[in-house]
Write a protein that binds this ligand. Structure first.
Ligand code: F6P
Length: 542
């Protein structure tokens, strides 16, 4: 049965008809304390969702929808290790990666938490060796350049978190991330590095991903061109994977392999051994703080009632705009330079998870699923695309993310500090988006009547504001888990499998079919006329 046929969905539709014309100005006038009541807290994060086009009744109806969709039951099934990823017959247990020592989570009757901590222990020992300069390269030099080779979840999580936690990183280490199969990525990221001081971490769950294996092979060739001894690979390459056979076939000693498990999805794997580059950069203790932040949000998600549950609230507000207002996209706007990669990370997390159009049972959906997720850090975005959010024709719900304390206080002689300027922009943007400026206000400012329409801000643009005290490893863990669970709740409401990604397969298969057609011998091309012509033009002009 489609979720759209449930009484909860129908009640929301009727409610939307009544509420859709209401302006946030009116909602705030009707309830002047709204800014203090439409908020929730958990795991060190404060969410103000008062600037959304909702009333208390909307929230009740949205929570009814979550209950009708069985969100809480599905959450409990996930946390208990049930195989909710039905198309791959797998458990979905990234939450087990951040369970404290001594906890128990079973997959097929087997407690996985001890293995998680065993790997964490090995990662910590290795990270300490590298950080202290005790892990020596083939020529006896400490390795101070760390290059992670991976793509998708084996890249976006580590690079995002490394950038986010750079403040805590050991600065005499150079940490780079190579992902694109475009040779430029590897060439530019290694051109100023000395091979004898460089450690490559080949991160790939499957260890068969075309881009990663091509980059790993070329990195090995780069290393051997300088060190001229196959034995160097053992000191300069380690692997993070679930596939010991392929790791060994590549030539990496499996003693230098850090494992994880098929119940960790790629885009949910930062807190597994995939985070090794991050752990080397910041150290094992901050990495464990990060895990504790994840776990605190997991616990909040598990225990808080839907009405005060941060991931559920973000998810339900997203459903409200996506499915009832017809919003196509969702912007994530971190007001912290360290979170520059956070929107890109969320793109994979959200769009690879919920970019689906059939239900768990294989029925084509008759409603919208995952939105287009995008964004970049403020204030830069304000000078790029905010014009469209303020005055364009599209409804774009936004999440603003900000911190009360900066990690880099920068006072200005005789003026406001950089952080006060930054935060003033956060508050100003959400205020402007919600309340806008009326035609009458514009005229009252003395603007000529013919110019007035251009100066009107309709307002009524919904925003969430997430405030935390400070960007710490703990806060980052909580923030990532918040979005992981938001995506989960939305997937549960839409009745889709958020944990497979068959949609990326076809392109991979076709690419591997085309690769030999780009070789020396003239191929017989059997594609459509467009693809054939493009291949011929490339072959002729390369
Ligand atoms: O993009 C598809 C995908 O399978 C992602 O889900 C995954 O994160 C990425 O490729 C990389 O996969 P692997 O870690 O196996 O190299």
């Amino acid at each position: 049965m489609s979720i759209t046929t449930t009484p909860a969905w129908k009640a929301l539709q009727e409610h939307h008809d009544e509420l859709k014309a209401a302006h946030l100005r009116e909602l705030f006038e009707a309830d002047p304390t709204r800014g203090e009541t439409f908020c929730a807290e958990g795991a060190g994060l404060y969410l103000d969702y008062s600037k959304n086009r909702v009333t208390a009744q909307t929230l009740e109806l949205l929570c009814d929808l979550a209950r009708a969709a069985g969100v809480e039951e599905r959450r409990d099934a996930m946390l208990a290790g049930q195989k909710i990823n039905v198309t791959e017959d797998r458990a979905v247990l990234h939450t087990a990666l951040r369970q404290p020592q001594g906890a128990a989570v079973a997959v097929d009757g087997h407690n996985v938490v001890p293995e998680v901590h065993e790997v964490l222990g090995r990662m910590s020992a290795f990270a300490e060796e590298v950080r202290a300069g005790r892990w020596l390269g083939h020529t006896g030099k400490p390795l101070k350049n760390i290059v992670n080779i991976g793509i998708g979840g084996s890249d976006l999580g580590p690079v995002m978190a490394y950038e986010a936690l750079k403040f805590y990183a050991q600065r005499d280490l150079t940490v780079r991330f190579v992902s694109n199969v475009d040779g430029t990525d590897l060439v530019e990221k290694t051109r100023d590095l000395r091979a004898e001081e460089t450690l490559f971490i080949v991160s790939s769950k499957t260890f068969t991903t075309q881009e990663t294996m091509a980059n790993a092979r070329s990195a090995r060739a780069w290393l051997l061109a300088a060190l001229r001894d196959e034995a160097a690979v053992a000191r300069h390459f380690v692997a993070v994977s679930t596939n010991a056979r392929e790791v060994a076939a590549f030539g990496i000693d499996t003693a230098n392999m850090f494992g994880f498990w098929d119940w960790v999805g790629g885009r949910y794997s930062l807190d597994s051994a995939i985070g090794l580059s991050l752990m080397i950069a910041v150290g094992p203790a901050p990495f464990r703080e990060l895990l504790a932040g994840f776990h605190d949000m997991d616990e909040h998600f598990r225990t808080a009632p839907l009405e005060r549950n941060l991931p559920a609230l973000l998810a339900l507000l997203g459903v409200w705009y996506n499915n009832f207002f017809g919003a196509q996209t969702h912007a994530v706007l971190p007001y912290d330079q360290y979170l520059a990669y956070f929107p890109a990370y969320l793109q994979q997390l959200d769009m690879e998870s919920n970019g689906k159009s059939v239900t768990l049972g294989g029925q084509v959906v008759d409603y919208q699923t995952g939105p287009v997720v995008w964004g970049q850090p403020g204030t830069n975005g304000q000078h790029a695309f905010y014009q469209l959010i303020h005055q364009g024709t599209k409804l774009i719900p936004c999440d603003f993310i900000a911190f009360c304390q900066t990690l880099n206080p920068l006072p200005q002689p005789g003026g406001a500090s950089h952080h006060d300027l930054l935060m003033a922009n956060v508050f100003a943007q959400t205020e402007a988006l919600a309340f806008g400026k009326t035609h009458a206000q514009v005229l009252a400012e003395g603007v000529a009547p013919d110019l007035a329409p251009h100066r009107v801000f309709e307002g009524n643009r919904p925003t969430n504001t997430l405030l935390a005290d400070r960007l710490t490893p703990h806060t980052l863990g909580a923030l990532i888990a918040l979005y992981e669970h938001k995506v989960f709740v939305q997937g549960a409401i839409w009745g889709i499998n958020s944990f497979d990604q068959w949609g990326v397969e076809l392109g991979k298969v076709l690419a591997s079919r085309i690769v030999p057609e780009l070789g020396e011998a003239e191929p017989e091309l059997g594609h459509d006329s467009s693809t054939n012509a493009l291949i011929r033009r490339y072959r002729a002009r390369r």
